[in-house]
Design a protein around this ligand. Structure first.
Ligand code: MSP
Length: 645
């Protein structure tokens, strides 16, 4: 199987922003996914450089349109490689071969009688670069641009689009996947329930000359949409190129809802007139809003992808965009939401699982993945969940449900983190007789991480290289990884050496977007090596000071999540009195797995209110460098409330 996937070609009147980055990241992710399924993929993006808007922007910049288009097109070409986006072709509508293809197509459609000269009076929206119908206006204005369209009357050439209306309705009915998600298919069908008008496909040069001349009338240029849509054909060498023969039959386009009509109505009818099969699928997504508001230059809230990349790193941006938007619906971007995703999903969940597992393989198994021994139910549960993840992930990716595909992966990440907590490898490591059990646990962690790294490649290619390298899969072996041959449980070879590296994702400080810095007071107390300063008792406490802490064994009787908090759990503990303690451990433990545990608590802290709940104590726990957390515990049960000293 092969795939030809495209993004819209972006207008060069504006620099790349978050919306362009999203569509292009989706196209890259989907390309990588299909390549991971061992398919042959061709991925195209580019720039749309003709038309009113560009001519006007060039005029405002005081330069010729071509020079202007060259400058901005370059910004788009340079925007994608830092995001690890690798299109096979970057097409420009000012490319010589594109212009020739547009003219050949115009001549062919004209010769067969599907283009005719007529006169047109209509309401023209400069923003949309098209005539709008009365029905499309809201309070007399274009709903997308909030401007009143101009009444224009002129001679123009028309494409007999109406001729193909019935065929198009029939095609959409017979091919439920032609336009997805379904809401957009319904929107198109509803639009097609009214008679379709012919499409005006020319502009008189007296009004606009920055365009491709009509081959049969030099007084006109082509309407920008007729020019732009053809990029999908000219980019693969229509009509007689090898790539055209190979890829047109497997074409899929990705767009946002703003350009649904040209792609779902103009384009299939143009293809039909040309005697070509329509594309296979049109994938339509919603808009990214910024803090709930529309992204716009005038509001001054345009988000630049490069700024985001520098603040958060490429894989955090890719992950965030794919995870946060449900494909087809609008989504809202904010710095807080990306910081939250990095800290919780990436640093805590994935980063923590990765660093804890590798550290333990290193420490308890000498840095090589051990052989598993007899399996217990929880091992089978983890292996089953990891295998199921590959299947469910694949089906969601096929359907462009990127957020769901990632959720599948994260549910296995959570399960594996819980598996560590319940199997307690650090306890097993202390007893030589438990080595086979320890080895089984460590093997299961390594194998789960391998599968997670494999399926995350399309979304987070850089992270996956780090994960695979750490698990001993690098270079050529890594490049050859695919879902067909490597997507099943049990392929990690016992004995393979792991490589410890830096943590995958730092936790970010919510406000500064930077990893948290040690506070100046802490720094003062530390030697350059991080130990206590020699010859000084700064940082040391006296025994009398220590005695002031009342440390007690607390038994957890009940635990529940605190509303609106991802971090906090409300614990009811017995120590021996019954009291409420609020603990910031919700990201690491589920309420169920806490009940019955004994932990160490500071019992004489002043009560403090957290998210509306008063806490009467503090549970002790240890946080590791990878952001993991382990609760304090006792080697065996003691009466609740026993003093700890
Ligand atoms: N040049 C035409 C497309 C011609 S394709 C044959 C065009 N260009 S554009 O620069 O305006 O790009 C529109 C596309 O950019 C959208 O369809 C979408 O892919 C992306 N986005 C622009 N703003 C967006 C958001 N706010 N949110 C999500 N995607 C957005 O239309």
């Amino acid at each position: 199987m092969s795939l030809y996937i495209t993004t819209p070609i972006y207008y060069v009147n504006a620099q790349p922003h978050l919306g362009h980055a999203y569509t292009t990241i989706v196209a890259d992710t989907y390309s990588r996914f299909r390549r991971l399924c061992k398919e042959d993929v061709r991925f195209q993006t580019g720039t749309d450089e003709h038309g009113d808007k560009i001519a006007e922007a060039a005029r405002a910049a005081g330069i010729a349109p071509q020079e202007y288009a060259d400058r901005i097109s370059l910004l788009f070409q340079e925007a994608w490689p830092p995001f690890n986006i690798k299109p096979d072709t970057f097409i420009r509508t000012t490319d010589e071969h594109h212009i020739r293809t547009v003219q050949d197509i115009l001549q062919k459609v004209y010769d067969q009688g599907d283009i005719y000269l007529g006169s047109y009076s209509g309401l023209y929206c400069r923003g949309c670069e098209r005539f709008l119908t009365e029905k499309e206006l809201v309070d007399g204005k274009c709903p997308d641009h909030q401007t009143a369209p101009q009444p224009i009357s002129e001679s123009n050439y028309f494409f007999r689009m109406s001729r193909y209306q019935d065929w198009l309705i029939d095609h959409i009915h017979k091919n439920p996947e032609f336009i997805t998600p379904e809401r957009y298919r319904n929107e198109v069908l509803s639009f097609l329930s009214e008679p379709l008008e012919d499409l005006c496909i020319s502009r008189p040069k007296s009004r606009l000359d920055w365009g491709i001349s009509l081959p049969f009338d030099a007084d006109f240029v082509t309407y920008v949409w007729f020019d732009a849509l053809i990029n999908y054909l000219s980019g693969i060498g229509y009509p007689d190129g090898e790539e055209f023969a190979q890829y047109w039959a497997v074409a899929e386009h990705i767009i946002a809802k703003d350009i649904l009509k040209p792609h779902a109505i103009y384009w299939p009818t143009m293809l039909k007139a040309l005697g070509l099969a329509p594309y296979q699928r049109l994938h339509v997504h919603g808009y990214w809003n910024i803090n709930e508001a529309k992204m716009s230059k005038s509001i001054g809230n345009v988000v630049r992808p490069e700024t985001l990349r520098q603040d958060f790193g490429v894989d955090t941006v890719r992950y965030f965009l794919l995870r946060e938007m449900s494909f087809g619906l609008d989504a809202s971007f904010s710095d807080e939401s990306i910081v939250a995703r990095q800290n919780s999903d990436l640093a805590n969940d994935l980063g923590n699982l990765f660093s804890r597992s590798l550290t333990m393989i290193n420490k308890f198994a000498g840095g090589t993945v051990p052989s598993p021994a007899d399996l217990e139910p929880q091992d089978k549960e983890l292996a089953g969940a990891a295998s199921h993840m590959v299947t469910a992930y694949t089906s969601h990716m096929q359907n462009f449900a990127f957020n769901r595909a990632l959720q599948e992966v994260w549910s296995v990440i959570s399960l594996a983190n819980r598996y560590i907590v319940t199997s307690e490898p650090w306890v097993l490591a202390k007893e030589p007789s438990k080595t086979p059990r320890l080895n089984t646990v460590l093997y299961h962690l390594a194998e789960t991480l391998r599968l997670i790294g494999l399926v995350l490649e399309p979304a987070m290619p850089e992270t996956c290289i780090k994960m695979a390298t750490a698990l001993g899969i690098s270079g050529d072996a890594h490049d050859k990884q695919n879902l067909v041959d490597h997507g099943c449980w049990g392929l990690t070879r016992p004995g393979v050496s792991i490589k410890l590296g830096a943590s995958l994702f730092p936790r970010l400080d919510k406000k500064s977007k930077q990893p948290p810095q040690p506070s100046p007071t802490k720094k003062k107390q530390e030697s350059p090596k991080g130990g206590i300063k020699e010859g000084s008792d700064a940082g040391l406490v006296s025994f009398d000071d220590f005695k002031r802490f009342d440390l007690r064994v607390a038994e957890i009787k009940a635990a529940e999540k605190i509303n609106k908090s991802d971090r906090l759990l409300k614990l009811t503990v017995m120590a021996p009195d019954t009291r409420t303690v609020v603990a910031g451990i919700a990201e690491f433990y589920t309420p169920e797995e806490l009940v019955g545990r004994q932990v160490i608590m500071v019992a004489n802290l002043k009560p403090t209110k957290l998210m509306g709940v008063t806490s009467h104590g503090m549970i002790l726990a240890s946080k590791d460098e990878g952001g993991g957390l382990a609760l304090s515990a006792l080697t065996h049960g003691v009466p609740p409330g026993s003093k700890v000293s």
